[in-house]
Design a protein around this ligand. Structure first.
Ligand SMILES: [Zn+2]
Length: 196
């Protein structure tokens, strides 16, 4: 049972981990808290955006679109490895996922297959969207991979979690494929190494 960090603590944790931050507008107060709960938090979720270009990617993740209002995550990790903070609180990133997966994340056990969409993930996960087309061909620069590793480690370090608390959207919600281009097991190994 973990309460979400304050926005300022979140910013500090990321900076302490060596992340390059860009603060976007009123990110501390930009959230979906008026439509549902935020917390307790149990993990970190990684996504890809299916966009290219920093400006358009950050704008979309901050504002969302008519059928899915923003923010669509907390931090946007662009190709250059910078992390743009676009919102804080409940965000539209995780959608409905599998309660068995949530239980495994809480217990930090191996993940079962995600075959149900019965649980509100926006309540329970910090979310990071990564600029990538998601076609399996668009490259993931090392600076961007390192930023994913660092933001995940920063949140885990604060809450006393292991890398098993970091999952991909594809491990949460049936039908999702993100992030595509590396495996979450490989990324979790990197995060675990950083947390040593
Ligand atoms: Zn996603």
């Amino acid at each position: 049972m973990a309460s979400p960090m304050s926005a300022n603590r979140f910013l500090d944790a990321l900076q302490d981990e060596g992340v390059t931050i860009v603060e976007v507008g009123d990110w501390r107060e930009h959230n979906r808290n008026h439509v549902g709960p935020w917390g307790p938090v149990h993990g970190v979720m990684i996504h890809h955006t299916v966009t290219s270009g920093t400006e358009e990617t950050v704008r979309l993740c901050r504002d969302g679109h008519p059928t899915l209002p923003g923010p669509l995550c907390h931090g946007v990790i662009t190709k250059d490895g910078r992390v743009h903070l676009v919102g804080y609180g409940r965000a539209n990133h995780a959608g409905l996922g599998d309660d068995d997966v949530l239980r495994a994340v809480i217990a930090e056990k191996a993940l079962p297959p995600d075959n149900e969409a019965n649980t509100d993930g926006n309540r329970h996960f910090y979310g990071f969207e990564c600029e990538n087309l998601g076609d399996g061909e668009d490259p993931w620069p090392e600076a961007q991979l390192e930023a994913i590793e660092k933001v995940s480690a920063a949140v885990c370090r604060h809450h006393g979690w292991t890398a098993r608390s970091v999952i991909g959207h594809l491990e949460w919600q049936p039908g999702k494929i993100d992030p595509k281009g590396f495996t979450m097991n490989w990324m979790r190994d990197r995060i675990e190494e950083r947390l040593k």
